[in-house]
Design a protein. Sequence first.
Length: 221
Amino acid sequence: MSMRLADQTWPTLISEVRLGRDTYRVIRPARAAPRGMLYERTWSVELSVDRATALTVAMAWGLAARSPNSLVYLPLRKTRPGDPPGGERPLDLVLLHHRLGFPASRWKQVRARLGAGRPHRVALPPTAWREPRGDGRRRHRGFRDRLRRDVAADTLFLTGSRLAFELEMEELRGLVEECPAHRAEDPATHCCAEIELGRARRSSPAELHVEWIARRPVGGR
């Protein structure tokens, strides 16, 4: 069955967390945490997803691009049925606009104060899923509008501008909308999204690799 991101709504919980003089708005899934596994390797960050998790990640991605004052939080660490291959530690995921200027070092305190949250349904306009104009700019040597990664408190932070998120959206859109049909034709079809990350240092991962695992994520083999 095909699924169009433009037709979807996402049930979420919104929490307002105050630390000192600062207040942070955190948006997370309202339903049971999606099944997925996120972990870091030397040259890539790996995220295995099923159908529901792929949709959740795509909706969170589109929201992060258009919500510069919010942290979009996907709690993935406790959803795994097994451990990552090679003994890597599982991670949660936070997506945020660089304008927020959120220090990752504060995340552990913010996460501990989330509370029950206020229910809210996210519906993004069809334009959220269109490839932005000027995509060719990122092939220029001096282009710097890329996603930045950081890890703190067992959480991967991906930070960037609206353009940085939108430039990678087509990869996730294809995974959500096209993979089910490919897998229906051939269950062995490899479906993935390859998200380019700007490197903080030479040894840091350069890619987020999101792989569709039909029934169980990597590590449950």
